[in-house]
Design a protein around this ligand. Structure first.
Ligand SMILES: *[C@@H]1O[C@H](CO)[C@@H](O)[C@H](O)[C@H]1NC(C)=O
Ligand SMILES: *[C@@H]1O[C@H](CO)[C@@H](O)[C@H](O)[C@H]1NC(C)=O
Ligand SMILES: *[C@@H]1O[C@H](CO)[C@@H](O)[C@H](O)[C@H]1NC(C)=O
Ligand SMILES: *[C@@H]1O[C@H](CO)[C@@H](O)[C@H](O)[C@H]1NC(C)=O
Ligand SMILES: *[C@@H]1O[C@H](CO)[C@@H](O)[C@H](O)[C@H]1NC(C)=O
Length: 941
């Protein structure tokens, strides 16, 4: 996220200030400065080291290097760079050391405070090493300008600031610690009461910038009394409550930004022509209501940003078309919809134009091709249709074009972008377009991209212009129709820069090189192609390695263990063999997903899992793995999903996994697990387990009671998110739970499982004894399979409480007695099997139980009544009321869908860009959820 809030105003003010200072310095006869002040300055200089990295500006240089006594004694300090003296008295009245590479602490003993005549103090963009702003700042009673922005000051802002009653310019913004290029944490904190005093006392303020100071309070209404204010910047201050609407009416206010205060509410008043507003940014707040059409009265407005608020209005306000001066317009992620109004055709000065994540319909207007200053156009996540206007080839200043996730159609020829020399981000994913490239592309004329999103674009071969790309960071060619081999040059493209390559879901059949060539790669997605040969070895930087559903053969190289930051490893559905490298359990502290199912691995699974493991999903099913389960799996305290099915494991039931508080799914069918299943010693038994599959093992003893009954209110699919940010490059991935479940008499693969689904399958073991009563309390169960055991006794009538049950299989046991009448209440039951037991008596008549196939009941010589041919001798009377049939049709809780993988990344742009860019999905619910998560992460930092 760029810190500097396009604060043209501030920059301009600074420039003016600097010019003023130099003006003095250059043409004045330097007055001589008092010894005391000269030595104070020299001492001040000596209290720092000069460190180029202490300033972020590229123009930074150490201004204090010119500060030295002249030969033969003293010189006047008034000639020193950045020092301004009063012409008459010689006192130092201005100090401008912005971007001066100063590194070191400042405290109340600093000689700076001896310069008691200071009127202007500018220290922005240095590194004061987490110093507090010294309360001795009160020593400058004449101060009018104070700029301590981006200085690495920390702690409490001193209340003494409110004694500086002459201040007209106060900037404390940007004192943050950077965690990466676009992640940071605020360092300064301002008490609500101190903000109140500031606003009460500093009545002359013209510029007040406290962006990224943690204020965490409501805005004082008295702020609207600061009648001289020209600029008010309170971005990312954790403000809440209502924005004082009178602030909009301040007669001199030109620049207002309260962005990134998510809990700040407010609304727009009617605007009138006298307003001098030039910049108005309230994005990422909870501003609500309408954008009034009187916004068209803001003749001077150049920048308007209301993205991601709660503004509601049917259509994009056409009065925006009156704002002829606009260079920046972002109304994304509100509820604006309809056509892009033609009135906007007059906004020809726009450089940034964003209406993403809205409800735009209709075509993209061709007049946009006249916006010759356009640099950034974002209409992603809408319902736009028609083609991309040919006039876009005239947008020669365009740098970023996002049109992904719309319904655009038609042929898009790469040639239309070929002359857009500054275009470096192009996203056309998820439309219905045919993206075609002429095979003869002249390299000299191709724009150099960093982000290229061409997923789902009907591409049939690797676009030839890719061979001239030297700066690609992210390339998404997934879900196209690319066949055959990867061109040789492709393995050579953007070797140094590429971070993410997604070519999954094509028809590529090739043998990749032994080592992936991209030295900084974070993420590769090969999945669902026909790659063969051995699995290429990724660079150590790798975070995500998805090679599922190919024909890779051979063993996993132990070199994979060098990827210490790997978070996501999916090698499932290949023909890989050999032993699993033992490192796989703990080679990366970051590992979240380990998916190795459907291969031919043999031997034991990795034995060591460190404490603090981040593993959330492990699937090693359908291999030839054997031996015991490593007890250190219990260290994986985040584990949600453990699938061991269809192997040759030989162990007792891992009751010790009962301490895993997050475990929702444990599947171990078709193995050699054996023995009885007791209670675990600690009183923590699988508190979140919803799916337990023990079928086809050698378990004995009583039916295990390791299954809680938990109600889930949300109706979403279960998934795990993998979100990471490496130097500002976001990658977001959401992986659905998927599982083969035997239900309704069939083993089926479910690529998605709903959150509320609960199933208990212990079939095909040697469990004995009665069906325990507790099962009747598992009210969330959708599927219950106890078949093929040695269970005796009668069917508990409490099973009639399992009102959500869709599938019940009790067949092939030794159950006796009658079928309880209560089972007739199970409205959703669409599969029911009690065959091959010793049940007797009548099948409850007049219910859906009689509408089932005979096979549900056969092998019980004592049963009678419909649908069996055998009639009962003496039918009992019908119960007084029969239950409604209900709707037991459809697939119920299961739904088929393809596994959706969300992906994306930004690269050091403002977070708004990142947000719009992160998620490439057709599922707005997930998108919003993930956006929410990212916003939470950003709020946390
Ligand atoms: C040094 O400063 C003093 C007082 O400001 C002045 O009187 C004296 O002439 C200066 N000496 C030189 C060598 O400039
Ligand atoms: C406001 O300024 C006056 C005069 O400088 C001072 O006496 C008073 O303490 C200040 N109030 C606060 C709350 O700092
Ligand atoms: C653009 O401005 C001109 C001149 O004011 C006006 O006549 C025209 O109607 C405007 N165009 C649109 C599409 O609003
Ligand atoms: C590009 O602009 C020129 C000059 O305004 C115009 O003649 C031409 O038709 C435009 N090209 C397209 C494809 O719209
Ligand atoms: C194309 O690229 C090659 C190799 O980088 C270079 O030698 C050649 O001059 C380029 N051609 C043009 C027209 O720029």
């Amino acid at each position: 996220m760029g810190l500097l809030d396009i604060s043209i105003i501030r920059m301009v003010s600074k420039l003016v200030l600097v010019l003023l200072l130099f003006h003095h310095v250059v043409i004045a006869q330097y007055p001589s400065c008092p010894d005391e002040e000269r030595s104070a300055l020299l001492q001040f200089k000596d209290s720092f080291t000069i460190d180029k990295s202490a300033s972020r500006s590229t123009d930074a240089y150490p201004k204090v290097s010119s500060w030295k006594p002249a030969e033969g004694g003293n010189s006047t300090c008034c000639s020193w760079e950045g020092v301004e003296c009063d012409e008459k008295t010689g006192h130092v009245i201005g100090l401008d050391l912005g971007s001066s590479c100063l590194h070191g602490s400042i405290n109340s003993n600093s000689s700076l405070f001896r310069l008691v005549h200071l009127q202007r103090l500018n220290l922005f963009d240095n590194n004061f090493n987490y110093s507090q702003i010294p309360p001795r700042i009160r020593n400058f009673p004449s101060l009018t300008h104070l700029d301590l922005s981006t200085c690495v000051f920390s702690g409490q802002v001193p209340s003494e600031l409110s004694l500086l009653s002459k201040l007209t310019y106060l900037d404390l913004s940007g004192n943050v610690v950077y965690l990466s290029e676009d992640e940071y944490r605020p360092l300064l904190k301002l008490e609500a009461s101190d903000l109140g005093s500031l606003v009460q006392n500093l009545t002359s303020l013209e510029v007040l910038s406290l962006s990224f100071v943690n204020i965490s309070s409501a805005m004082p209404h008295s702020m609207a009394n600061l009648s001289s204010l020209t600029a008010l910047h309170l971005k990312g201050c954790h403000l809440f409550g209502e924005f004082p609407v009178r602030i909009f009416q301040l007669p001199n206010l030109e620049s207002l930004s309260v962005r990134y205060n998510q809990d700040l509410t407010g609304y727009f008043p009617e605007f009138n022509r006298s307003s001098p507003l030039m910049l108005l940014k309230v994005s990422y707040t909870s501003f609500f209501g309408n954008v009034p059409s009187s916004i068209g009265n803001l003749d001077s407005l150049q920048e308007l940003d209301v993205a991601q608020c709660n503004f509601s209005e049917g259509l994009v306000p056409s009065s925006l078309g009156n704002l002829r001066q606009l260079t920046y317009l972002d109304i994304s992620a509100n509820k604006f919809g309809g056509l892009i109004p033609d009135s906007l055709a007059n906004l020809t000065q726009l450089a940034t134009f964003r209406i993403s994540t809205s409800r735009l319909t209709g075509p993209i207007p061709p007049w946009l091709g006249n916006f010759s200053k356009l640099e950034y156009l974002d209409f992603a996540f809408n319902e736009l249709n028609g083609s991309i206007p040919a006039s876009f080839s005239n947008l020669t200043n365009l740098q970023i074009l996002y049109l992904h996730s719309n319904s655009l159609s038609g042929v898009v020829e790469f040639q239309m972008f070929q002359n857009l020399q500054f275009l470096y981000q192009l996203q056309l994913n998820w439309n219905k377009i045919d993206f075609v490239t002429e095979s003869r592309i002249v390299n000299s004329t191709v724009p150099q991209f960093t982000i290229l999103g061409l997923s789902f674009c009907n591409i049939r071969e690797f676009p030839s212009f890719l061979q001239y790309q030297k700066h690609l960071k992210r390339l998404d060619l997934s879900r196209n129709k690319i066949r055959g081999q990867v061109p040789k040059w492709m393995w050579n493209t953007s070797i140094e820069t590429l971070l993410l390559l997604d070519i999954s879901q094509n028809f590529i059949s090739d043998q990749p090189p032994l080592f992936l060539p991209w030295v900084n790669l974070l993420c590769i997605r090969f999945s669902s192609n026909m790659f063969h040969g051995s699995l290429p070895i990724p660079p150590p930087t790798m975070r995500e390695y998805a090679a599922a559903d190919n024909n890779f053969t051979g063993e996993i190289s132990p070199l994979l263990c060098n990827t210490k930051n790997l978070q996501y490893l999916d090698l499932s559905k290949n023909n890989l063999s050999g032993m699993l490298p033992q490192c796989l359990g703990n080679f990366s502290d970051q590992l979240i997903l380990l998916l190795l199912e459907n291969n031919s691995f043999h031997g034991i699974i990795p034995q060591t899992y460190n404490k603090g493991s981040n593993l959330r999903m492990i699937d090693v099913s359908h291999n030839k793995l054997q031996g015991q389960l490593p007890r250190s799996l219990v260290n994986c305290i985040m584990l949600e999903y453990l699938v061991l099915s269809n192997n040759r494991f030989n162990d007792t039931f891992p009751i010790w996994l009962g301490t895993l508080l997050e475990l929702k799914l444990l599947a171990m069918r078709h193995n050699g697990f054996y023995g009885g299943i007791g209670k675990s010693r600690k009183n923590v038994d699988f508190p979140k387990l919803r799916i337990l599959d023990l079928a086809y093992n050698d378990f004995t003893g009583a039916v295990p009671s390791v299954f809680p009954d938990i109600t889930v209110n949300k109706s979403a699919y279960m998934y795990t998110n993998v979100i990471y940010n490496v130097n500002g490059f976001w990658i977001v991935n959401s992986v659905d739970y998927q599982l083969t479940i035997a239900t309704k008499g069939l083993e089926r693969y479910y690529p998605k499982i709903r959150e509320e689904f609960a199933s208990f399958d212990i079939s095909c073991n040697k469990f004995e004894g009665k069906i325990p009563e507790f099962i009747g309390n598992l009210k969330e169960l959708r599927s219950l399979n106890l078949s093929h055991n040695i269970l005796t006794g009668s069917i508990p009538s409490s099973l009639g409480n399992l009102m959500k049950l869709e599938s019940l299989d009790l067949s092939k046991n030794k159950l006796s007695g009658r079928i309880p009448q209560q089972l007739a209440q199970l409205n959703f039951l669409s599969s029911f099997n009690v065959s091959h037991n010793n049940l007797t008596g009548p099948i409850p008549q007049g219910t859906q139980l009689t509408s089932l196939n005979v096979t549900s009941y056969e092998g019980n010589p004592g049963l009678c009544g419909d649908p069996l041919p055998k009639k009962c001798g003496n039918p009992p009377p019908l119960p007084p009321s029969t239950v409604d049939e209900g709707d037991s049709s459809s697939e119920g809780i299961f739904e088929f869908d393809w596994k959706i993988v969300l992906a994306g990344c930004g690269s050091g742009l403002v977070v708004g860009v990142v947000l719009a860019d992160v998620v490439i999905t057709r599922r707005p619910d997930l998108f919003l959820k993930i956006v929410g998560m990212i916003r939470q992460m950003i709020r946390k930092i």
